[in-house]
Design a protein around this ligand. Structure first.
Ligand SMILES: Cc1cc2nc3c(=O)[nH]c(=O)nc-3n(C[C@H](O)[C@H](O)[C@H](O)COP(=O)(O)OP(=O)(O)OC[C@H]3O[C@@H](n4cnc5c(N)ncnc54)[C@H](O)[C@@H]3O)c2cc1C
Length: 335
């Protein structure tokens, strides 16, 4: 059921088996598995998932390779709703551990927002990350191309960049070190842009020179192109560099602030989990991009299945096997 400001009152006294923070690929997959295990679940999502920015999902088994992320999300939401899962558009501000349950504090509504508190035995953190983009004065110019042929993920889209003139938009020296030479697996025609935001040491400059990769340290004025296809960049000095594709590597924002009181084990901003996606807290699971691992839709969906199954196993063991009472009564009568 879709919860709104008008009908969430009654749900605030219910104790869910699990609350899932985030309704992207991972969270929806977890919700579908939880409901199919006959558990009660609530997905709380603030919207604009990373998968929403994915214009074409090229590498997911069984889907046409031009499937937009928003279609995947819409289908996932419909599937979850068909299983009677509860869904709320809201922003999770804080989670408090009450011992047997978690209290999840949510801000609902952008204007005239209200605070609501929901409770669950388990929590699944599926709130993902979001990529930092080149900080141009006109960010709409970046959105025009980001997710189309201006990519953010080499694993997702390296194949699309094969042997194309590629701009590498770096957020740090480390990003150049870690990514550029791997990117050359797909294309050797790489130009690196620092946007004038950081200095590059001499050893790295020489390594780039030795590979034939130009380094451009002048700030970028704007991306050029049309119909969402980026064809180059104009620099602040007016010079134009022609490109056929691009990869942004400027780091990410981790959506984990609501968990800060939990003191969970982290690696960078990612949550550390075991093979069933359980974090260092026994009743908190983390899935998808937020946990340590590969940031891919197929992994997020698989993680959702693992976390939901881990939760089901524990609840099932606590409750024990159900009795077929009629047969037991019959046996008693026969005795
Ligand atoms: C442009 C682009 C192209 C990509 N291409 C591919 C591709 O081709 N193939 C591929 O496999 N992967 C691709 N990816 C990666 C893929 O999108 C992610 O791996 C996937 O979306 C991760 O799913 P997730 O459920 O972990 O996170 P998300 O899909 O990001 O979902 C997390 C959700 O949690 C919500 N949320 C965050 N904080 C809160 C909060 N406090 N309260 C409530 N809700 C919250 C977010 O708003 C979001 O809706 C691409 C990503 C981008 C950006």
């Amino acid at each position: 059921m879709q919860l709104t400001k008008n009908n969430l009152q009654e749900k605030q006294t219910h104790i869910y088996d699990a609350i899932v923070v985030g309704g992207g690929a991972g969270g929806l997959s977890a919700g579908i598995y939880l409901q199919r295990y006959l558990l009660s679940s609530l997905i709380i999502d603030k919207g604009k998932a990373r998968s929403f920015w994915m214009q074409e999902l090229h590498n997911y088994l069984g889907l046409p390779s031009d499937t937009p992320g928003r279609v995947l999300l819409q289908r996932g939401k419909e599937h979850y709703a068909s299983l009677d899962g509860d869904f709320l558009n809201g922003f999770v501000e804080e989670v408090r551990d009450e011992g047997e349950t978690f209290a999840v504090l949510v801000k609902v509504g952008r204007q005239k927002s209200i605070q609501a508190v929901f409770r669950a035995k388990y929590l699944i953190a599926a709130s993902g990350i979001i990529d930092y983009l080149p900080p141009l004065d006109d960010l709409r110019n970046v959105y025009e191309y980001a997710g189309y042929n201006l990519h953010v993920c080499m694993v997702c889209d390296g194949y699309e960049m094969t042997d194309k003139k590629c701009g590498f938009f770096a957020g740090s020296e480390a990003a150049i070190e870690e990514m550029v030479f791997n990117l050359s697996w797909f294309t050797a025609y790489i130009t690196i842009f620092t946007h004038g935001a950081f200095a590059v040491n001499e050893a790295l400059k020489e390594k780039l020179r030795n590979h034939g990769y130009p380094l451009i340290e002048t700030p970028i004025k704007q991306f050029l192109g049309q119909n969402h296809q980026m064809t180059g960049v104009e620099l602040a000095d007016g010079k134009i560099i022609e490109l056929e594709t691009g990869l942004i590597s400027m780091g990410s924002c981790y959506h984990n602030t609501y968990l800060k009181e939990m003191n969970l084990e982290l690696k960078g901003g990612n949550l550390v989990t075991d093979k069933m996606c359980r974090t260092s807290h026994p009743r908190i699971f983390a899935i998808g991009d937020l946990k340590v691992g590969l940031n891919q839709v197929i992994i997020a969906a698989g993680d959702g299945a693992l976390a939901a199954t881990g939760i089901w196993r524990e609840i099932r063991r606590t409750r024990g096997a159900r009795l077929w009472s009629k047969n037991l009564l019959k046996e008693q009568v026969e005795d």
